[in-house]
Structures are given as C-alpha cells and as structure tokens.
Write a protein that binds this ligand. Structure first.
Ligand code: TRP
Ligand code: SF4
Length: 361
C-alpha cells in the first residue's frame, strides 16, 4: 500500500488537434500507453496523469474555436482506444481543472518576460503560423501555462518528444525561481524523452495536420491503402526497371517504423535490385500499418457507438481526481506567496491525507 503512494508520477499533455494521426501516436501516445502499463512487481511502475491541453489550443486558435470541443472529445476517444486506461491513469481536460489557470497566474508574477521571449518556439511559431495574429499575451505565456500544467502535479517525469524539451527546461527554471523566492514547493521534473522515429506523411514532408498529409490512427483500411498508394517515393525511381533506394524514400522510412525485419529485408533487397515495384512495396506497408492500428480502430468504433456521455464521464472523473492533487499544490503555492488563505480553507495536512487515502482505495 505504501508503495502505491510512492510510485513516481508522470505527467504529459497534448493539444486537442482533432483525430490523431500516426505521427501523434508514434511520437507520444504509444509511449504513454507503454509507460502506463510498465509493471513494477505486481503494481504499475508509474502513476500517470494525462490531459488534453484545450487552453493551449486557444493560444493559437482563439479566432476560431468552433471545433475545439469536438476535437477534445476526438482526442479522448483516440487515447482510450489506443490503450490509455482511465482505471490505471488519470485522464482529464485542462480547462476542467481550474488550478492550471490559477497557478499560471501566480507564475506570471515572477517570470521575467525575457525567459518567455527567448523560448525557441515563440518566434518560430509567430513566423510560421502566418495568417494568425500571435502577438498576444496568451501566446507569449504558452510555455508558462505549460510550466503550471506540469508543476501543479509535482511529477517526477514528463514524457515528451524532443520538441518539448525547451518547455520542460523553462518549467525547471520557473520551479527554481519560485523555490528561491518563497521556499521549496516544487521539485524539478525531468524529461523522459520519447524516441521519435522519422515519420513522413504522404507527401514526404513530416506528417502534420497543417500539411494535409496525415494518416489517421482511426483511418479505415480502404482509405489507408488508398493514401499509401499515392505516397511519394524515391524520385530517382522513375520506371519500374529503375532500382530505387529505400533510404531516401518516405515509404522506406515508414517500413522502418511499422514493418517486421523480414519485410524490411525484402523491401531493401527488392527495391535496390528493381525486383519489386512500388505498388507491391506500398501494399506491404499498408499491411504492417493496418496490423498496428486495426485493434485501435475497432476499439474506437466500439466506444463511439456508446452513448457520448461515457467519455464525458471518464473525463469528469479524471478532473475530480486531478483536482485533489492540483488543489493541494495550488494552496501550498498560494500560502508560500503570502496570500491570505480563506478562513474555511481545509487544513493542508487533512487534504494531503485525503489524497493519500484516495490513492490507495
Ligand atoms: N506543448 C505541448 C505540445 O504541443 C502540449 C502540452 C501542454 C504539454 N502542456 C503540457 C506537454 C504539459 C507536456 C506537459 O505537445
Ligand atoms: Fe520506395 Fe518501396 Fe518504391 Fe523502393 S520500392 S522506391 S522503398 S516505395
């Protein structure tokens, strides 16, 4: 029992971009499911918190929030279909746990502007996402909101891809500054780097919703095969009789990720000697991708056939559970900052105790 309380916590989040694609899956979700299921003796090794960062979506898409709620539900469906288990992990929506916003506000008081201005994604995104006015207060605060997301749960590890490392580094700086000013409240979390294989989309560029080159995690088999059929290949392989090089072919990149060693061997042999055609090669790839996603697609269809209330209730329960830890951390931080506690504030020790018994019941 006491072991259960001591399990290292892991926390990560994902923006609600709508139905997830293979890049989202291989770059994050699949790893979260693995971590969730990693055993330690008879128990799970980690206590996992995973949330949908809907406020973060608003930092860039505030002008058109029409899809936000549906996208949030779509991500939740994909998560559960892919194996995130609401019994084992805490799954919730960021905006359902108000303490994210409150801790962000508190951090905003002590975070120098320069720290936020020099986060690499800030200028990059402002330049890349033309058509969106990102000269906003909220967008500058994106990584600080992320710091609040993380520190609220005082996790040991934050499983993220390489693109998020700078944000976790800022989180650690914010924790250090807070602790220096007000006393030790926040342990510094560590990155648990998700290995992210090269995953090109159908046009050969990095798979991304904004490029319109994705293959969905829930892609029906016929569409999966059709999309792969149109995928770009080694440009030097013009005629069927020309040998190709899978090392410079996006289809080859996907084989490396999804296919068995046997198939990879056949592709490398057959392509470089022109013994196989690209159509055949893509058919093998479709088989391999389909084998990976078919069970997820089926579970998703089963879930989608349930009353929509089901997923909402799972997320509500997750928010209630997350709130216990979050409210404890926030109250501790508020007191450290000298704010007057409400007279009827529950005693911190009592809430910490409640948290412990919740975890073991
Ligand atoms: N910025 C992350 C992304 O774009 C999403 C995110 C928000 C996150 N808050 C987080 C990830 C906290 C890890 C921890 O993928
Ligand atoms: Fe690419 Fe396969 Fe065609 Fe070779 S055979 S060029 S690896 S699609």
């Amino acid at each position: 029992m006491s072991q259960q309380q001591q399990r290292p916590r892991i926390l990560s989040g994902m923006r609600p971009t709508g139905k997830l694609h293979l890049g989202n899956y291989m770059g994050a979700l699949r790893n979260w499911v693995r971590l969730q299921n990693e055993p330690h003796g008879a128990e799970a090794k980690y206590d996992g918190y995973f949330f949908i960062a809907d406020y973060h979506a608003l930092t860039t898409d505030y002008a058109d929030p029409s899809q936000l709620a549906q996208n949030t539900l779509d991500v939740a469906l994909d998560w559960i279909a892919a194996g995130l288990d609401p019994v084992k992990s805490t799954l919730f929506v960021q905006s359902h746990v108000a303490q994210h916003a409150e801790l962000h506000l508190l951090f905003s008081m002590m975070t120098p502007l320069g720290w936020l201005e020099r986060v690499p994604s800030y200028k990059e995104q402002q330049e890349n996402l033309t058509g969106k006015d990102l000269n906003t207060y909220g967008f500058l605060g994106y990584p600080l909101l992320q710091a609040a997301d993380i520190l609220l749960y005082r996790p040991h590890f934050v499983p993220v891809g390489a693109d998020q490392v700078a944000h976790v580094e800022l989180t650690r700086e914010v924790a250090r500054r807070f602790n220096h000013l007000y006393g030790e409240v926040f342990p510094e979390p560590e990155v648990l780097l998700t290995p992210s294989p090269k995953l090109p989309g159908t046009d050969g560029r990095k798979m991304s919703k904004s490029y319109g080159n994705t293959i969905l995690l829930s892609e029906p088999e016929a569409e999966l095969r059709a999309k792969l059929k149109t995928m770009v290949t080694d440009p030097a392989r013009i005629r069927r009789s020309d040998p190709g090089n899978p090392e410079v072919c996006p289809v080859g990149d996907l084989h490396k990720v999804f296919s068995s060693q046997d198939t990879i061997f056949k592709v490398w042999e057959g392509c470089t000697t022109a013994a196989i055609g690209c159509i055949e090669c893509k058919g093998w790839l479709a088989d391999a991708v389909n084998a990976e996603i078919a069970p997820i697609r089926e579970r998703r269809a089963e879930l989608a056939a349930q009353p929509p209330q089901l997923v909402r209730e799972i997320l509500d329960a997750g928010a209630v559970h997350a709130n216990r830890l979050a409210s404890h951390t926030l109250a501790t931080a508020q007191r450290a900052c000298g704010l007057l506690p409400r007279a009827d504030d529950t005693d911190l020790e009592a809430s910490a105790e409640a948290l412990r018994s919740e975890k073991t019941s």
